[in-house]
Each structure stands twice: as structure tokens, then as C-alpha cells.
Design a protein around this ligand. Structure first.
Ligand code: FMN
Length: 339
């Protein structure tokens, strides 16, 4: 029995990362429909829009899925307003994933509602704090991960240290997982499962811009860089992105508008160095925008339906289960034969 699948009611111990602008109802429902844990990104969505988005997922799947909050972006009041709206609409088997620590009131709202609180952390100290807040699952983010970074340790080391301290905690790894063999590797290192983001950026159901999708498919791990450049709208946190004309040693240009994008039914200008990703409706200098991407891009092969991507994890994962059962059976057979 796998602890992550048991706690969240999944077929596979794989979670899709909430990804602002990219992981809408279509991606979330497709991932959950495939047997993994989809996540609906709430990012900066206002409460009324949160309700509409959650209803759209509920209309498409009855499998467990998560809603994803980013407390440091919304602030405590905004986070609780999003949660109130989401919790009103969420089925009982849904869960909440938080990027970084939520405050005690937000955590309490989730736990009191009976939904599992999944908290992504990047340090052992935050792992401890998340468990104190009532998290049922910890996602341990390594520095290989795409998007904003919560710590400074590679995933394997953070996992080793956290597992040593909390042998009974349910732990998933984020960063470096895009294939079934990546998943079996982290299970072998002591994780209960994994979270993947980059893998799903080019998925058919992802709302990412086609140029961005293709760049993720084409990228090697060293085409990603950690920078603090895209800080407008989400300041002071390093992030791993695909290199582009604004990263590296390029001088900082004025933050004039370089694109327009669609969100919440309206159109908005995008300044240079915005944290916003290019989505299907974005028009302008796409190649200068923040294209979050993890080192796992090296193993992201194409633009496939999310259910196909999820299904590819099944056989390697089940093979690990069979090996485990076979060796247990082998052990008991030996005991019999030696009697
Ligand atoms: C395009 C992109 C957007 C992301 N946006 C979010 C987000 O809105 N909320 C969140 O919890 N994590 C977000 N993340 C970070 C993921 O939770 C996770 O740490 C990361 O995807 C794991 O590494 P991987 O991308 O190599 O799989 C994002 C990651 C990517 C690649």
C-alpha cells in the first residue's frame, strides 16, 4: 500500500503542480481522470472566479483533485477569501495544495473542512512547521524544480534529511520527476510519491502559449537558469526559468509593456520582468517572458494529452510493486522451505 495514494485516494503516487495561468480546469481534470492528483491553480484569482473554476473541474471529473494556493502572493486575507470560495464548492475527496506555508488560520480552515492539506516546502524547518499546521502531505521541493524556489537543497538531500527526522510523514518530492523511472527512483530514496510541473506545461490541456510549450519540449536541463529577474508581481523569490534575452548578464531594461494577456475575462498589459507566464491568449514578445521550467525538461518529450503522460507512470510504478510483492513472497517461501 502506498501512503500518498491512500491519503489522497489516487491510483498513482503522482501529483500535478498547481501552475498559475497554466493549470486550469482542463489540465486538472485530465490529470485526475488519469488516476494522478490534478491541481487547479488559484494563483491571484478573485473568489467569484475561484468558484467558477472549481465548478468546472467538478463538472468534468469525480476523481480527487486539489486546489493550489500561494499564500505569499495573495497575502493572508486574499488566501482565506480564495479558500472560503473553494471550500464551499469542493467535493469531500478534494485536497488543498499550498506553495509555502499558509498561516495558521488558513491551515485551520482546510483541516477543519476535512480536506487534506498538502504543503510544499524547501527546508527542514518549514517541513516541521507544516506538520505542526496539520499538513497531511509534505511536498519537498528541490532546487532542480521549475518555477519559484522554496529552498537551497537538491531534492534527494532534502528528502534524506526530512525522512530521517519524520519517518512516518507522507512525503512527495518536487523537482526532477518527469518519467516513471524518475518516480521509482524517488520512491527508492524513501519518498511516498512525487509532484511534477514541467512535464505538464506542454500537455494538450495546458493553457501555456504554444511557443513556451515547444521550448520546454526542446530544452535540455542546462537551458534552465535560476534568476530573480521576473520579479514584478511576485518579488524577492528566485525562480528557475528557460534562459531568454532577459536572463544571464543582460543589463536590466526599463519595465515597459511588452505584451498583453488574457485573464479572468479581461485583457491586461504585461510589463517586461513580470512574473506572469505566456498563455494561449498572450500576444507580444513571448520570448522575453518568464517561462518557468525545471531541469526535468530534459525528459519531457512532446505535447501529449495529460492522461497519456500520467499513464506512462503506471507500468514502472506497478513493476516496483510487483518486485516488492515477489521479494516478500520469496522471503516467506524460503522460511517455509527451511522448516
Ligand atoms: C510553469 C510552472 C509554474 C508553477 N507555478 C506554481 C504555482 O502556481 N503554484 C505552485 O504551488 N507551484 C508552482 N510551480 C512549482 C511546482 O509546484 C513544483 O515545485 C515544480 O513544478 C517541480 O519541479 P518540475 O517543474 O521540474 O516538475 C510552478 C512550476 C512551473 C514549472
Amino acid at each position: 500500500m502506498n501512503r500518498l495514494t491512500s491519503v489522497l485516494g489516487l491510483d498513482l503516487p503522482l501529483l500535478q503542480a498547481g501552475m498559475g495561468g497554466i493549470a486550469g480546469p482542463d489540465l486538472c481534470a485530465a490529470v485526475s481522470g488519469g488516476g494522478a492528483g490534478g491541481a487547479l491553480a488559484l494563483y491571484k484569482e478573485p473568489p467569484q472566479r475561484v468558484r467558477e473554476l472549481v465548478r468546472a473541474v467538478v463538472a468534468s471529473t469525480s476523481r480527487p483533485f486539489g486546489v493550489n494556493i500561494i499564500p505569499e502572493v495573495t497575502g493572508p486575507a486574499g488566501c482565506r477569501a480564495q479558500l472560503r470560495a473553494a471550500l464551499d464548492e469542493l467535493p469531500a475527496n478534494a485536497f488543498v495544495t499550498s506553495f509555502g506555508l499558509p498561516d495558521a488560520d488558513a491551515a485551520h480552515d482546510v483541516v477543519r473542512s476535512g480536506r487534506v492539506l498538502v504543503v510544499q516546502v524547501g527546508t527542514l524547518r518549514d517541513a516541521q512547521a507544516a506538520l505542526r499546521l496539520g499538513a497531511g502531505v509534505l511536498v519537498l521541493q528541490g532546487t532542480e524544480a521549475g518555477g519559484h524556489l522554496l529552498g537551497e537543497l537538491p531534492a534527494a538531500r532534502l528528502l534524506r534529511e526530512t525522512r530521517a527526522r519524520y519517518p512516518d510523514a507522507v512525503l512527495a518530492v518536487a523537482g526532477g520527476v518527469a518519467t516513471g523511472s524518475d518516480l521509482t527512483r524517488v520512491l527508492g530514496q524513501g519518498a511516498d510519491g512525487a509532484m511534477a510541473g514541467t512535464l505538464f506545461v506542454p500537455a494538450v490541456e495546458s493553457a501555456a502559449h504554444p511557443y513556451y510549450k515547444q521550448r520546454v519540449v526542446d530544452a535540455a536541463a542546462d537551458d534552465t537558469v535560476v534568476t530573480t529577474r521576473f520579479d514584478i508581481g511576485w518579488p524577492a523569490r528566485p525562480h528557475r526559468v528557460l534562459h531568454n534575452p532577459l536572463t544571464g548578464t543582460a543589463p536590466r531594461h526599463p519595465a515597459t509593456f511588452i505584451a498583453t494577456t488574457g485573464a479572468g475575462g479581461g485583457r491586461w498589459p504585461v510589463p517586461r520582468y513580470s512574473a506572469a507566464v505566456p498563455v494561449a491568449e498572450t500576444v507580444g514578445r513571448i520570448e522575453e517572458m518568464a517561462m518557468y521550467c525545471g531541469r526535468s525538461c530534459a525528459r519531457v518529450a512532446g505535447q501529449y494529452p495529460a492522461a497519456v503522460l500520467v499513464e506512462r507512470f503506471r507500468r514502472p510504478y506497478e513493476a516496483v510493486g510487483r518486485t516488492h510483492v515477489t521479494s516478500t513472497e520469496g522471503g516467506s517461501w524460503k522460511k517455509h522451505s527451511s522448516r
